[in-house]
Design a protein around this ligand. Structure first.
Ligand code: GLC
Length: 735
């Protein structure tokens, strides 16, 4: 062999080694190589079939979501799958399947294990709708941080959360899973949730990838029914439904989930405008999109695809990178590409995005989790303390006549009546991950502990529904023997959540009858509620001296409620979703537009248009006095800044946490009419008795006084704008 050829052989092999790190490390397996280089290298090695499996999610374990009895994976579970929905909390089981993927497939690509960790893995904290009522995003970050730690150390790398759909129809069961009716509130909590789930280092065993869902406009489901059509104009899409997604994508969320709903004729899971024009081209999102369960196959039901091949082609071309559980990509994509009906480049881009998230999670370096005992990772004391704080801050005191709460310390005889008193399962709420009902501290047990010197008596009175009133007599007897009576009512946890739509938002008649009966026993009655949606309480309200909205508070729910009742905790929750006066008012929400004939016309002849309890409503055991609203200037440039401030004084005798909500309103906008008012900032702080604190809204006009048009472009319009806080308003002229 001539010298020159030996030399060139040496050069080529040296070049190969330099590209692939050490001679025995392939680039995609080289942790020191840049992620994009690792993706390039791996993609170059993958066959078409391997790419198709990578773009598919299958189910590992039992399907624990009864709503998804169809669209099951009709393809055998394969370790080449890009992901599995892992129905298990055992690291050993997870590692066993991961071993098949990493050690028994040609390229050893690790699987990403996903599941619905919505409000806790095992330490279940309050449902998201309740978390929105805390007005404490940092607390949500702590909660999702606990959920991430328990998940990653138990084998879950990726949660299908946070759900950030703005919802204004409490008939829709999934209102429980989001942060209420307001886009700004949902945006702040979306970012806070992602921050807790993902942390600062995705490779850490304390962090998991998040998944923003359900992209997009699912909360506009027609008449509150699930899986249906949603009529959303482009302006409303940008104004109301997209802001939480934009905020969370820009905060670094790694994945999104495409929704079931049909967005004004183009289903979300085949919508190129939302998943590519907006998500990719405008927001530069570089993670991946997974469909919702079977949503691709459902394009046929929705009348958008003629068969599964058509559905697969439309979904992946629109931007659905991974197919959840219906096996459609596996069943159709090879032929679509071989027949030239779909470019392999489209599949390649989807697979690149999936691999990118896997590399960012460090799954190639650490595909397995440490197999540790439950006690080292679940229900840790610090985790339970965070959950209890969340439960305390999420509860909303809706009524407190005669300041009957907190209870007088000398109370000797407390009666607890109702189906929620000893309930555990429903206190967990829907989507309760790997929570155990037995972990829940019941209202009964918590009261016994909180009031050691009082006699605590109990009667169920009735079940959650049905017509059996035979328990009323015993309940009345118990109530009459007490000094104060708690009537503890609520919803079953599956009456909200997915497929949890209800035409009426009243509690079942039997529960309402129980309250009516007890209200006549001549004792002070305090109503507590555990529910996953705003309820219609108008007829019940007069029958209770006080009403405590507990929501579905999770494992520490009873303890938090007892702490509030005893006064150990001063309630600070405020509603992030309106409680209608009547369901017939729906949709009803605070940031509506003015009627053309405001204020005299545009209302019902036979009922108020006002809700029973408005957005932002919630009582405290103390009182807060607000000073005059001050603004730093009454003229400001379109790119300027200014401040608005107000002093708040705790004028009561106990410490309390107060949330100050800052709104704007614009009497005339030439591009698009504005709501009567819209939330643009909020701040919560604890004040000691007598303490005065200045709350300041640091206004950046381009951010806080801007609106978004139907092309998604933000704009500031010169003219008058009002800053509103606590019923006061000041005009500012934007020049
Ligand atoms: C469900 C839900 C979605 C969930 C997914 C996986 O149908 O719509 O929120 O994350 O399937 O369980």
């Amino acid at each position: 062999m001539r010298i020159s050829s030996i030399f060139s052989l040496f050069l080529v092999s040296a070049l190969f080694v330099s590209c692939s790190g050490s001679s025995d490390t392939l680039v995609y397996k080289d942790a020191n190589a840049p992620i994009e280089k690792r993706i390039d290298d791996l993609m170059s090695r993958m066959t078409l079939e391997e790419k198709i499996y990578q773009a598919s999610q299958q189910l590992l374990g039992e399907n624990d979501n009864d709503n998804n009895f169809e669209s099951m994976n009709t393809v055998d579970l394969d370790p080449r799958a890009g992901s599995v929905i892992y129905s298990g909390d055992d690291p050993v089981h997870r590692n066993a399947f991961q071993k098949k993927a990493v050690e028994e497939t040609r390229l050893g690509i690790p699987v990403i294990f996903g599941h619905d960790i919505i409000h806790g893995f095992r330490t279940i904290y309050p449902i998201p709708l309740a978390m929105g009522c805390t007005w404490n995003p940092d607390l949500l970050t702590q909660c999702t941080g606990v959920a991430a730690q328990e998940s990653r150390q138990s084998g879950i790398d990726w949660t299908f959360a946070p759900m950030i759909d703005v919802a204004r129809d409490p008939r829709w069961g999934r209102i429980s899973e989001g942060y209420g009716e307001d886009p700004y509130t949902a945006s702040v909590f979306a970012v806070a949730g992602v921050k807790g789930f993902q942390g600062d280092d995705l490779t850490s065993d304390h962090n998991i990838a998040s998944c923003l869902k359900h992209y997009v406009g699912y909360g506009a489901s027609e008449a509150g029914r699930d899986y249906v059509y949603s009529e959303i104009s482009k302006q409303t899409l940008w104004d109301t439904y997209l802001p939480p997604y934009e905020a969370a994508v820009k905060a670094g969320a790694q994945t999104l989930m495409s929704a079931f709903n049909d967005i004004s004729g183009v289903p979300a899971s085949a919508n190129h405008y939302t998943m590519t024009d907006i998500l990719r081209d405008k927001w530069n999102f570089d993670g991946f999109v997974v469909s919702d369960w079977g949503a691709i196959e459902q394009l046929i039901n929705q009348g958008y695809a003629s068969d599964i091949s058509d559905a697969a082609s439309k979904a992946i071309s629109a931007g659905v990178d991974m197919d959840m559980t219906d096996g459609i990509y596996i069943r159709t994509m090879q032929k679509l590409i071989v027949d030239g009906k779909l470019s392999e480049k489209v599949l390649d881009e989807a697979v690149r995005r999936i691999l990118r998230v896997k590399f960012r999670l460090g799954l190639f370096e650490k595909p397995y989790v440490k197999e540790t005992p439950d006690s080292t990772r679940l229900l840790l004391p610090t985790s339970l303390a965070i959950a209890e704080n969340a439960a305390e801050e999420s509860m909303v005191l809706l009524k407190n006549d005669d300041n009957i709460l907190p209870l007088n310390a000398n109370v000797k005889n407390i009666a607890l009546i109702g189906p929620m008193v000893k309930d555990q399962e429903d206190m967990l709420g829907n989507w309760n991950g790997y929570g155990h009902a037995s972990d829940v501290t019941t209202i009964y047990d918590a009261f016994v502990k909180e009031f050691p010197s009082a006699k605590i008596s109990y009667a169920a009175g009735c079940s959650h529904d049905g017509e059996d009133r035979s328990g009323f007599a015993e309940a009345l007897r118990v109530a009459k023997s007490a000094d104060v009576v708690f009537v503890c009512l609520g919803e079953k946890n599956l009456w909200s959540g997915e497929n949890g739509s209800r035409a009426t938002i009243l509690l079942p008649q039997v529960q309402r009858d129980l309250l009516t009966a007890i209200s006549k026993c001549g004792k002070p009655v305090i109503l507590t509620l555990n529910n996953g949606r705003p309820l219609e309480l108008t007829a019940m309200e007069p029958e209770a001296t006080a009403i405590l909205e507990m929501w579905q508070p999770g494992v520490t729910g009873g303890t938090a409620a007892a702490a509030i009742v005893s006064g150990r905790v001063n309630p600070s929750g405020k509603l992030c979703a309106t409680f209608p006066y009547s369901a017939t008012q729906i949709p009803i929400y605070y940031n509506r537009r003015n009627p053309a004939r405001t204020p005299t016309q545009g209302y019902y002849q036979d009922m108020t248009v006002e809700p029973l309890y408005p957005f932002g409503y919630g009582l405290s055991y103390t009182t807060f006095n607000y000073s005059e609203l001050k603004i730093s200037t009454d003229k400001v440039a379109q790119n300027g800044t200014m401040t608005a401030s107000i002093d708040v004084t705790n004028t009561g005798k106990v410490a309390g946490k107060e949330t100050v909500h800052w709104f704007i309103s614009d009497p005339a906008c030439s591009v698009v009419t504005r709501p009567m008012k819209e939330l643009r900032y909020f701040e919560k702080a604890e004040l000691q008795p007598g303490e005065t604190r200045t709350f300041t809204f640091n206004i950046d006009v381009a951010r806080d006084f801007s609106y978004i048009n139907d092309e998604g472009n933000r704009f500031v319009e010169p003219g008058d704008i009002y800053i509103e806080v606590n019923g006061q308003r000041e005009k500012v002229v934007v020049e």
